[in-house]
Design a protein around this ligand. Structure first.
Ligand SMILES: [Zn+2]
Length: 575
């Protein structure tokens, strides 16, 4: 097999290169099936080209390496490796290995030619971090610094090196709270925090990396900074460096013309005197590659919506449904969550809670907050472990501070009371009520702001002849009791599964996101309807609404409103 590929490789290489030779087996490297080397003239420069075919070929593309470049060019790493294709997403014809090799080599040579003719220098800006932070000796630290904003003092967390090597920065953040979130991931050790400096700048031209792979000195960096900062910015930088100390690490934020931020850390040698960026010393700083923990970076990468980063949600109820909903909202990019729940996670219900068994016995709001912080480092999350009515009365929670209130308590009486309270408060944002029905027959989400159609509208009045206080959205017929008791009165629960909660949480999350991004669908009730087998098998009866056609699963406020609703209707004096 490898003999055949070696033969094909040499044939293809001869079409584009001269003096093609098989690569000595000792130079193939691990996982490489075949290799060849040859010479070619590109833009007047004689280069040596090496092609290696990996074991995963042709799904894994060949590696092309060039040597003899007169200066650094974009898309070619220090070791000469050419990045000629965005590998993810490139589809090759695996039945035509020769064609794949031909195409790969041609693309690599085109990339090199564009660089040597200085046609793609702007690409340096996009790859800033890869060129300056990509040195094999570069250390990596975490950065939660938000790249927007002006030059400022930030905080660095430094770890003591084992063999008397002093302290090395391992994390950067704008404030202590963010630094703590990052630090929790880093484990034990000897730590200290210190001041550092953040300098953002827009890259209006493309800096060329130093020739021959040499690294920039502090003098080079100073010239680079001065070339990209206005006079006021330079003065401010000097002030910040003096404040943070002569050995303060510096984080550079570089905004490319394409709108991409690249962050990079510079660590001066630990010595007193003047900061080497101010003095312009000829020493070479240790360059820190930064693993990005800031919102700007994490959110778009995760496919989340950037606008949501500024939205604040109050989530009341952190049980099976509320817990999953919190995760979905956070993963979608909602910037801030306040979790309210007075209860502890009961042993019986951990099977369907997003936190699982490990959180049994802990206060739900706090356990969920801890979990979310670990999973979504950009999320601001706070926990209020008390009854929501008391939290509102005592001023621990202010409705005016939120863009949406989500109610997932599973307690209709409490939510009816809150519905009225929200409607009466001029400061209250829209509210989203969500709940589940037993045994997988369905789930619901109701979004309601101003105007007709509120949570109370769904319920029959207390003096209703057949079904007082029955929720007319229900798929279960009125007058049935679904709670089961596991261990006496304390263990009562409504039977529904993790998947039922997940499906309802997704429905509610989509409606919440519509509201938060301003694509507000008005007051709306949406429902999903499941397989009634288990429900009917247990001897329960379905409601009239169960038989509604599919379009009846999404209703506008004017369709489900109750004209005599005491909260939002004419009788209640609502708008
Ligand atoms: Zn109403």
């Amino acid at each position: 097999m490898s003999g055949t590929i070696q033969y094909v490789l040499e044939q293809v290489a001869r079409e584009q290169l001269e003096a093609v030779e098989p690569l000595d087996p000792s130079r193939l490297g691990p996982g490489i099936l075949a290799g060849a080397t040859g010479r070619v003239a590109v833009a007047g420069h004689g280069l040596e080209v090496t092609v290696r075919v990996p074991r995963g070929f042709p799904a894994d593309l060949p590696h092309v390496e060039v040597s003899g470049l007169p200066f650094r060019i974009p898309h070619v790493a220090r070791d000469g490796d050419v990045c000629f294709a965005v590998r993810q997403g490139l589809v090759v014809d695996r039945r035509d290995p020769a064609g794949v090799l031909r195409q790969a080599l041609a693309s690599a040579l085109e990339t090199v030619e564009a660089g040597l003719e200085r046609r793609n220098l702007a690409d340096f800006a996009e790859e800033f971090g890869a060129y300056w932070g990509g040195a094999p000796e570069a250390r990596v630290a975490c950065s939660a610094v938000e790249p927007e904003g002006g030059p400022r003092v930030i905080i660095a967390l430094e770890r003591g090196e084992r063999e008397g090597g002093g302290f090395v920065p391992v994390a950067f953040a704008d404030d202590k709270a963010r630094l703590e979130v990052v630090a929790r991931r880093l484990g034990a050790g000897e730590w200290r925090s210190r001041l550092a400096v953040y300098v953002p700048m827009a890259l209006h031209d493309a800096p060329t990396p130093p020739p021959g792979g040499a690294a920039w000195t502090f003098k080079d960096w100073r010239a680079f900074l001065h070339g990209h900062l206005h006079r006021r910015g330079r003065k401010r930088l000097g002030k910040l460096l003096r404040k943070a100390g002569a050995d303060a690490p510096v984080v550079l934020g570089v905004l490319s013309a394409g709108g991409t931020w690249t962050l990079l850390g510079l660590k001066p040698p630990s010595r007193s005197g003047v900061h080497p960026l101010l003095g312009g010393s000829s020493e070479v700083p240790a360059v820190l590659g930064l693993e990005r923990w800031d919102r700007t970076y994490l959110l778009p990468r995760g496919g989340a919506d950037g606008r949501l980063g500024r939205r604040r949600v109050l989530l009341v109820g952190c049980g099976a449904l509320g817990g999953q909903l919190a995760v979905l909202l956070a993963a979608s990019g909602v910037g801030s969550l306040t979790l309210v729940d007075p209860d502890r996670l009961s042993n019986d219900n951990t099977f369907r809670h997003v936190l699982g068994r490990s959180a049994a016995g802990r206060p739900k709001a706090e356990a969920l907050k801890h979990d979310l912080e670990q999973r979504f480092p950009y999320l601001e999350v706070s926990a209020v472990a008390e009854d929501v009515r008391r939290a509102l009365d005592d001023g621990h929670v202010h409705l005016g501070g939120f863009d949406l209130v989500v109610l997932a308590t599973g307690e209709p009486s409490l939510e009816l009371e809150l519905n009225e309270r929200l409607r009466r408060s001029p400061a209250a944002p829209p509210a989203l009520f969500t709940w589940l029905e037993p045994l997988g027959v369905g789930g619901h989400a109701l979004l309601t702001g101003r105007g007709e159609g509120c949570f109370e509208c769904l319920f029959n009045p207390p003096d209703h002849e057949e079904a007082p206080l029955f929720n007319r959205a229900s798929f279960a017929a009125p007058g049935q009791r679904f709670t089961r008791e596991l261990a006496g009165c304390g263990g009562a629960f409504t039977p529904f599964s993790y998947l039922d909660a997940a499906r309802t949480a997704e429905l509610a999350a989509r409606l919440a996101l519509q509201s938060l991004t301003g694509a507000t669908p008005g007051n709306r009730l949406v429902s999903w309807r499941g397989d009634p087998g288990a429900f009917l098998g247990a001897g329960f009866r379905l409601s009239e609404r169960w038989g509604t056609p599919p379009e009846g699963l999404s209703l506008g406020g004017c369709e489900f409103r109750r004209p005599d609703c005491p909260v939002c209707g004419a009788a209640g004096g609502g708008s």
